[in-house]
Design a protein around this ligand. Structure first.
Ligand code: ASP
Length: 441
């Protein structure tokens, strides 16, 4: 093929918004997996590479954007914003579990199925709440970053950022003043560089997502999903209700009075990445890029609320506990009392705070819920095969929730520009994966 043609095809390919290319890869990869079956799993390493590339930038992007944000937001605002974010995260997770329980009580997933007792699963220990709180203060900040410990990293960066601000205000040493200025300038450049990397990684994401989907369906096969159709259907219904009624209707339309469509178009890259890689932490760089570039939220707010959300806010995961508890009860033919269902809400909300947003967290949490309810742990082994599908729905909800709460809190604190980005132009961010095309700005 002549070089000119290749170049033309390439630029035509690149002119298709990244979210559509990744969406097509998602569908084509799934079809390939279903058609080819087991052999499609050889593609898995190509998918894992995508996940690894995203994980590579999680900690640097948190450090840079949070420091940038601290430069732009006063400490008192940060405290106020923090309180609002935590309150909304907790309230919404509670609502999510209620919706999950209500939908599952209606649909009754698990009826007609019997539990295969041989599918054993080990119990995982619930993270101790006190340990989680103590763990927020890192013994060793570089170690915390190296281990990808998000909460400890946030803590250290906030303390460091505040110290820099105090120096800028109080020091009369010029060398210190200009040093602080230089650090912030480096951080500014670093943030931009990170976002460049995000979009570069997303270009590879087309291959990565294709491979991930081919591998997951190649392994599970459509037939394996049939017995779980009601469980998948119940979670899907609950997730859709939560996203449309609570996030789009309640948070975006009622509280900010802005367009839910604009919110969704602004968040689309993060949503499709979450669906593809089933990790809120891994999706974080893309979630931040959407908050910055499309939703036009101030770094001071999203730099803090999104990493926090990826770790402690998991509405989809909490909601799944409700659905799965009813599923488990139906499998063994018992009825959960109202008190038991309230217990599910409490454990689900608390456990989602202490567990990280990585693939399969929801399944680990389920062992805690089942233990508490006295239901057989074999249920966890039984549903483990479909978890790669269920986890996608949970993660997509988790990430959408982080962005919706961040949008509302940014609105309450004058930290969002509703006159630009996808709010002003719903097609914004559809150029080269959310990056402005040259001369566009
Ligand atoms: N994979 C989910 C997340 O990263 C957690 C879960 O398993 O529900 O948000």
């Amino acid at each position: 093929m002549p070089r000119g043609n290749i170049k033309e095809y390439w630029s035509r390919y690149r002119s298709v918004p990244i979210v559509y290319r990744i969406g097509a890869a998602f569908v084509l990869g799934s079809i390939l997996g279903l058609v080819v079956g087991e052999p499609a799993t050889v593609l898995e390493p190509l998918g894992e590479l995508f996940v690894q590339l995203l994980s590579m930038i999680v900690i640097p992007i948190i450090v840079f954007t949070l420091l940038m944000g601290i430069r732009r937001i006063s400490p008192s605002t940060l405290g106020k914003v923090g309180g609002q974010i935590l309150a909304l995260y907790a309230i919404l997770s509670g609502i999510a579990v209620f919706i999950g329980l209500a939908v599952a009580n209606l649909i009754n997933p698990g009826r007609g199925l019997t539990l295969q007792e041989d599918t054993e699963f080990d119990t995982e220990e619930a993270p101790d709440f006190l340990d989680v709180v103590m763990g927020i203060v890192p013994e060793e900040p570089i170690g915390a970053m190296a281990e990808g410990d998000v909460l400890a990293t946030i803590f250290f960066v906030i303390v460091f950022g505040m110290a820099l601000l105090l120096l800028a205000e109080n020091s009369d040493d010029e060398a210190v003043q200009s040093g602080v200025e230089s650090i912030f300038n480096i951080v500014e450049a670093g943030t931009e560089a990170m976002f460049k990397i995000v979009w570069g990684v997303m270009e590879y994401g087309v291959i990565g997502v294709f491979a991930l989907m081919a591998a997951v369906f190649g392994e599970a096969g459509a037939g394996a999903l049939v017995p779980f159709a009601l469980l998948i259907g119940a979670l899907l219904a609950a997730v859709l209700i939560h996203i449309t009624v609570i996030y789009l209707g309640g948070l975006i339309l009622l509280l900010t009075r802005e367009s839910p469509i604009a919110f969704l178009t602004g968040s689309k890259d993060a949503i499709i990445t979450a669906l593809s890689i089933r990790s809120s932490s891994g999706t974080l760089p893309v979630t931040m890029a959407n908050a910055d570039n499309n939703l036009k939220i101030n770094e001071g707010i999203y730099g803090f609320s999104l990493p926090l959300g990826a770790t402690i806010n998991m509405d989809g995961t909490a909601m799944y506990q409700g659905v799965a508890a009813i599923f488990a009860a139906n499998l063994v033919g018992v009825q959960l009392t109202l008190a038991e269902q309230v217990t599910v809400v409490l454990i689900a909300v608390l456990a989602s705070i202490g567990s990280a947003g990585v693939p399969g967290t929801g399944l680990i949490m389920l062992t805690m819920v089942l233990t508490q309810l006295g239901l057989p742990l074999a249920v966890v082994g039984f549903v483990a095969g479909v978890d790669p599908i269920l986890d996608r729905l949970r993660t997509m909800t988790n990430v959408t929730g982080d962005l919706a709460v961040t949008t509302v809190v940014a609105h309450w604190n004058d930290g969002i520009d509703f006159t630009s980005g996808s709010w002003a132009d719903p097609t914004h961010g559809l150029e080269i994966g959310g990056e402005s095309t040259p001369g566009d700005d």
